[in-house]
Design a protein around this ligand. Structure first.
Ligand SMILES: NC(=O)c1ccc[n+]([C@@H]2O[C@H](COP(=O)([O-])OP(=O)(O)OC[C@H]3O[C@@H](n4cnc5c(N)ncnc54)[C@H](O)[C@@H]3O)[C@@H](O)[C@H]2O)c1
Ligand SMILES: CC(C)(O)[C@@H](O)C(=O)O
Ligand SMILES: [Mg+2]
Ligand SMILES: [Mg+2]
Length: 352
């Protein structure tokens, strides 16, 4: 394991150089990896493992759309695709990739099949950290660990197909066999991680819930909406407001940040823009920091996990989420975005 310097702090990181795919295949050669759940992470992780030569099976409810999706993706009923209980029975590693809320309902069934020496794998610290809310308390004689890809399962799969890798964090909650470390790292490599950085279950879930509610998803939509509304109320057209809020960010500036950091992106903009951005970023930090403090508190006190469990355990949770997504999609901002996206030359070429 390499110790790398992250801005002055040393952290443990496992890279593909020290743990190549061949080693992962060797560690997992006698394992049956059962992926339970085929939503967003399920397909990404199951397909990457399949393509990496791991003995992977999928557990799904027959007659569901996701069962059909697994078949279309190449999983064969009776060979590599089974009803959930049968997959739980066959699996020596159980990748528990139902939604965090759904994991609660299926837990008694999963627990029944966790015989000594098996491994219980999560992609989030949620179920274990908030076990007073979830009731997920594994038996002592199984390994329990997580590999949490830091991005969507869709990106995990796309990047794998491009020969790239998404970074993931890993954590071991319970090492019953003495082999938890090699098992979790092998799985991390097999699911398509570029590298794996060490954390624990609580830190993973606190940071993840904060990030997705914060800059990654919640906050970014919030600041997009705020700037767009100010531009619109001052007489700017929808296309101009959208371009100056979203399109330029995703198409031009964020790729520069991804490539070489914020100062590199700044340096590739005018000195006028640099002067203004350097003057204004601290005001935005100071304005939003109290909101982030509230958010972290809400995560750490279990308010966010409880809200997620309560809303996503309802039978109509999907319809409710879809209705709220449609509201976003139908807003002027994102409708303007739809037209702007259609004007991208590469999209016009596709339509032609
Ligand atoms: N979505 C992501 O890209 C992502 C990224 C990192 C970590 N994670 C974590 O990975 C895990 C899986 O997340 P996901 O987003 O792939 O889940 P998801 O919301 O897509 O749901 C996964 C599966 O659960 C099934 N399901 C829902 N309710 C069920 C029930 N009552 N009984 C049986 N099956 C049911 C769904 O049909 C689906 O097949 C979670 O712990 C999540 O936090 C997700
Ligand atoms: C993809 C995310 C936001 O990183 C993940 O945490 C999730 O919950 O879907
Ligand atoms: Mg998350
Ligand atoms: Mg995340």
């Amino acid at each position: 394991m390499a110790k790398l310097n992250f801005g002055g702090s040393e952290e443990n990181v496992v890279t593909r150089d020290e743990f190549p795919l061949a080693k992962a295949q060797e560690v997992l050669k006698d394992e049956v990896v059962a992926v339970i759940g085929y939503g967003v992470q399920g397909p990404g992780q199951a397909l990457n493992q399949k393509d990496n030569g791991i003995n992977v099976i999928v557990g799904q409810r027959k007659g569901t759309k996701t069962w059909d999706k697994a078949v279309n993706d190449g999983f064969v009923p009776g060979e590599t695709l089974f009803e959930i209980e049968e997959a739980l029975e066959r699996g020596t590693v159980i990748c528990y990739l139902l939604s965090d809320a759904a994991q609660i309902a299926l837990w008694p069934t999963v627990k029944k099949h966790l015989t000594p020496g098996k491994a219980l794998y999560f992609s989030h610290g949620f179920g274990i950290t908030f076990n007073e809310q979830t009731g997920i308390i594994p038996p002592a004689d199984v390994d329990v660990f997580l590999v949490a890809p830091k991005g969507s399962g869709t990106s995990l799969r796309r990047m794998f197909l491009q020969g790239r890798g998404l970074n993931s964090s890993y954590a071991i909650f319970q090492d019953a066999t003495g082999k938890a470390f090699e098992r979790v790292i092998a799985l991390g490599i097999a699911v398509g991680s570029g590298y794996l950085f060490e954390t624990d279950f609580k830190k993973e879930v606190y940071s993840d819930l904060t990030g997705e509610r914060g800059t990654l998803m919640g906050c970014i939509q919030g600041i997009f909406a705020a700037q767009y509304e100010v531009l619109r109320s001052n007489g700017h057209s929808p296309s101009e407001s959208f371009n100056e809020t979203v399109e330029e960010l995703t198409q031009s500036l964020m790729p520069l940040v991804a490539e070489n950091g914020m100062d590199w992106m700044y340096a590739n903009c005018s000195t006028t823009a640099q002067r203004g951005a350097l003057d204004w970023w601290k005001k935005f930090r100071d304005a939003t920091k109290p909101v982030f403090e509230d958010l972290y508190k809400s995560v750490a006190t279990g308010v966010e996990s409880q809200r997620s469990i309560d809303s996503n355990s309802k039978t109509d949770y999907r319809e409710k989420l879809d209705a709220e997504l449609a509201e976003l999609r139908d807003s002027e901002l994102w409708q303007a975005g739809k037209t702007v996206r259609s004007l991208r030359p590469e999209n016009q070429a596709v339509e032609a």
